[in-house]
Design a protein around this ligand. Structure first.
Ligand SMILES: Nc1ncnc2c1ncn2[C@@H]1O[C@H](COP(=O)(O)OP(=O)(O)O)[C@@H](O)[C@H]1O
Ligand SMILES: [Mg+2]
Length: 320
């Protein structure tokens, strides 16, 4: 675990925005990641330390980018026998250079459990009487947070900025020409295998992988390729296995690895997403960093080595 001295030192090093001084063109900025063009064939993904709660970026947590990027890279190495991935190089712990692919216009969600709370979640649909979800038939008699009879692939469309992703079935995807049938079926097989691998490995850390999202693209040769990130706490729902059963039996939510810590702090300050966010104090940022780091260590079984170098300088050196 990281030392108190390193944590204090890190407070001024958190990466909020990234500036390559005109050396690299920006391709896209998400809430957490910034993507730059390296050349016609490669993209640079920088996972910043920005933290979003209630859909708003409210500050930064030191090393969060290194942790999230590190977790994704760790997983990428462990799935190469299932599908090729986009990762080419890791010039800095929070940055990856990836093969530029043509992203497919669907997000591929695999769900192992009947859970969720959003209006489009499988549990919300089921509770409302729905027994068909993204083209899958669901049996009667299932209860909240319980494992599904088998993991289900429940795709959504990829909404443009601001638009919401919508649930869609295999039939609709093929009918609308979003992905050809043969490719979709290959994605289905691959995604379920990735999920099984993820769940199996997570179990070794005492975790349940409840659900997760994958993105796929086609590379220049037209080969199906895993892109974006994999099995990070941002793209996945993890639960602690240890008290899963007792909590669900008691009508409680399973204990998850999520942003509850900072979210609860913001709530205690009266912030639930509207108006100006109150500042994140140093001790909250350090505790959040500690939690992200222990997550990295729990999942990977490796010790987290904080990197204090400037990512801009390190990346530009790498590319020279
Ligand atoms: N190898 C890749 N080639 C091309 N695009 C990619 C690749 N990997 C990920 N992407 C795309 O980059 C974008 C990443 O955006 P992201 O940081 O997740 O922000 P948001 O999803 O909030 O817009 C997504 O649209 C994803 O499909
Ligand atoms: Mg995204």
């Amino acid at each position: 675990m990281i030392s108190q001295a390193d944590l204090e030192r890190s407070l001024d090093h958190a990466v909020h925005s990234v500036d390559f001084g005109g050396h690299l063109t920006k391709h896209h900025s998400g809430k957490v990641r910034d993507i730059f063009v390296v050349d016609d064939h490669r993209l640079l993904f920088v996972t910043s330390d920005r933290l979003s709660v209630f859909d708003r970026v409210i500050g930064s947590v030191p090393f969060k980018g290194q942790v999230l990027s590190g977790i994704s890279n760790w997983w990428m190495e462990r799935i190469t026998d299932i599908v090729p991935h986009h990762l080419l190089a890791v010039p800095h712990p929070s940055c990856v250079i990836a093969k530029k692919c043509r992203p497919l216009p669907i997000e591929v969600i695999v769900r192992g459990y009947l859970t969720g709370a959003s209006p489009t979640s499988i549990w919300t649909a089921y509770e409302g009487g729905g027994r068909r979800y993204c083209g899958h038939d669901l049996p009667d008699g299932l209860t909240r947070h319980q494992p599904l009879p088998q993991p289900l692939l429940t795709p959504t469309t990829k909404g443009d900025v601001g638009a919401h992703d919508e649930l869609i079935s295999r039939e609709e995807i093929i009918e609308q020409g979003l992905v050809p049938a043969e490719l979709y079926d290959r994605i289905q097989t691959v995604a379920i295998e990735l999920y099984r691998r993820g769940a199996e490995q997570a179990a070794r850390s005492g975790l349940l992988l409840a659900d997760t999202k994958y993105e796929f693209g086609l590379d220049e040769e037209g080969t199906l390729t895993l892109i974006d990130e994999i099995h990070t706490p941002d793209s996945s729902r993890y639960w602690f296995a240890e008290d899963y059963r007792s909590r669900v039996d008691a009508g409680l939510e399973p204990r998850g690895l999520d942003k509850d810590y900072v979210r609860n702090y913001m709530k205690s300050q009266g912030f639930v997403g509207n108006g100006e966010a109150p500042p994140l104090p140093a001790d909250i940022r350090m505790e959040a960093a500690r939690r992200y780091i222990s997550l990295y260590e729990l999942l990977t079984g490796a010790t987290f080595n904080p990197d204090f170098s400037s990512l801009e300088i390190t990346v530009l050196d790498h590319l020279r």
